[in-house]
Design a protein around this ligand. Structure first.
Ligand SMILES: Nc1ncnc2c1ncn2[C@@H]1O[C@H](COP(=O)(O)OP(=O)(O)OP(=O)(O)O)[C@@H](O)[C@H]1O
Ligand SMILES: [Mg+2]
Length: 149
């Protein structure tokens, strides 16, 4: 994974393709924390990761649902389940616990969480933390990655 970063990715389609490359390195049990402002491209990266696992259904920010499940066995031909969280609207860590955060971490599958930096205390060690920032002069993004100790 580390060899993919740092990266400069220009365009939404390239972002999805980069997500696919990330996904090739991720196995069941992996946790990915996506950290970047509104519109940084977190959902596009997630789309790529889900695609890399064979999921061809819709992947959208679960802003109201809080978590979307992209299930390998749900007729979409995937290989690994992907659980996609977006905690932008949550205020307290306990709310994330109430929707079963810890159960999801224990499940077979890959967990991806947008806005993970809101609740650092709930992010397990070993998580791949991906930071996304807008580039200055072009409509692209700079991505860095660090594995949480
Ligand atoms: N690398 C990129 N270069 C240029 N534009 C990008 C890139 N990645 C994503 N975008 C564009 O940024 C916008 C936001 O993308 P996306 O919804 O994936 O962001 P997000 O971080 O999930 O946003 P939110 O915080 O609202 O959930 C989209 O219009 C998308 O086309
Ligand atoms: Mg999003």
């Amino acid at each position: 994974m580390n060899e993919l970063f740092p990266a400069e990715i220009i365009g939404a389609e390239a972002m999805r393709e980069f997500g696919k490359k990330m996904g090739a390195h991720l196995k069941s049990g992996a946790v990915v924390a996506l950290i970047g402002d509104l519109g940084a491209g977190k959902t596009h990266l997630t789309q790529g990761i889900a695609l890399s696992k064979g999921y061809t259904g819709e992947v959208t920010s679960p802003t109201f649902a809080l978590v979307n499940e992209y299930l390998a066995g749900a007729g979409k031909g995937g290989e690994v389940d992907v659980f996609h969280f977006d905690v932008y609207r949550l205020e307290e860590a306990v709310e994330l616990l109430e929707i079963g955060w810890e159960d999801y971490l224990d499940r077979e599958g890959i967990v991806i969480i947008e806005w993970a930096d809101k609740f650092p205390e709930l992010i397990p060690s070993g998580t791949w933390c991906v930071g996304i920032e807008h580039m200055k002069d072009v409509e692209g993004r700079e991505l860095v990655c660090e594995r949480l100790e």
